[in-house]
Write a protein that binds this ligand. Structure first.
Ligand code: TXA
Ligand code: MG
Length: 307
């Protein structure tokens, strides 16, 4: 992360080239979409995605929306049904996010989907985001470019005020058009209202309850949970436990031998999946520091342990 004020670059060919170079080098960069400014990182690079969370100071991991250049790029990552294709044809490029089954073998970091078998995808219309997608050639994970619990930014100055010294670069292309995060649809369930009016959709959608519970018969999960029992703050395995290590505790595999929480966040969901797939009947995890990204890791582990 940068330790001084971020540089703000005006949109243009040179600026796009620099932003794309930083992103392919693993650095998150703030840039506009037609909805709000996003903090974008290479969705195939787990550590780059972990740096998004570090910069936002998010205390937990939510699945992130992945931005791609066009429908073909989206179909390389997710499985589309007829409904999804119809929505894509009607609203892409534009402020619509589709939650779809993740395609087998898609090169997307587990931290992006929070370990889920689904992925939120969107083809943005904004020229700056489109130019960076084309130049970097990477799918871009991007939540809104504000500190955790802050208001979504619609101008470069909002990003600078909120993320200040936590990011190195902001691509400025003026105020965003919609000023509201994208509409999110999973199957025929509306997960988040947004710039696309429900009345303009080609079919009726179920709405998500205020408390976040899904009303529809569909069983959408917003978090991956291991099937096996999970014990936290383990210094050594008990019985046949599969131990996920950290720092001085090596375990069956480690989140980070050098005790780096960014590396640990990047490996967390893959490690949980491997633990679930192992022969052991239960899972234990070594203590993770409570500060920085450690807070988000501990939040996720606590939820996975109490079900
Ligand atoms: O307009 C937007 O969508 C902005 C711009 C930057 O594109 N992005 C944005 O991202 O608002 P974010 O991270 O603030 O919102 C992502 C939300 C998650 O909280 C979750 O509700 C939903 O998208 N989401 C993403 N992937 C999902 C998945 N696989 N399953 C369920 N929900 C998912
Ligand atoms: Mg947000």
């Amino acid at each position: 992360m940068a330790d001084s004020k971020p540089r703000i670059l005006r949109y243009g060919m040179a600026a796009v080239a620099e932003v794309a170079a930083r992103i392919t080098a693993g650095e998150p960069v703030a840039l506009p979409t037609e909805t709000v400014y996003g903090l974008a990182a290479d969705a195939t690079d787990a550590q780059a995605v972990a740096r998004i969370y570090a910069a936002k100071g998010r205390p937990s991991f939510n699945p992130l929306i992945v931005h791609v250049a066009d429908l073909a790029a989206a179909e390389a990552l997710a499985v589309f049904d007829a409904d999804a294709r119809m929505l894509a044809a009607m609203f892409w490029p534009g402020p619509l996010t589709l939650v779809l089954p993740l395609r087998d073998g898609a090169a997307i970091a587990g931290l992006v989907t929070a370990g889920l078998p689904t992925i939120g995808l969107r083809v943005p219309r904004h020229r700056a985001m489109q130019a960076v997608l084309a130049t970097s050639g990477r799918p871009l994970a991007a939540p809104s470019a504000n500190a955790s619990n802050g208001i979504s930014p619609t101008r470069a100055a909002h990003v600078a005020a909120s993320l200040g010294d936590r990011i190195g670069l902001i691509l400025d292309d003026g105020p965003t058009e919609a000023g509201l995060e994208s509409t999110i649809i999973a199957g025929r369930t509306l997960l988040r209202p947004g710039p696309i009016a429900i009345a303009d959709l080609p079919f009726a959608v179920e709405r998500r309850a205020e408390d976040g519970a899904v009303i529809a018969p569909g069983q959408l999960k917003t978090h991956y949970a291991p099937a096996k029992p999970l014990r936290l703050n383990a210094l050594a395995p008990e019985g046949d436990e599969w131990l996920i290590g950290f720092g001085a505790i090596p375990g069956d595999e480690t989140l980070s031998a050098r005790g780096d929480v960014v590396e640990a966040a990047a490996r967390l969901f893959d490690a949980l999946h491997r633990a679930d797939a192992s022969d052991a009947r239960s899972i234990a995890v070594a203590p993770i520091p409570a500060d920085g990204l450690g807070e988000a890791i501990n939040d996720r582990l606590t939820r996975a342990a109490h079900r």
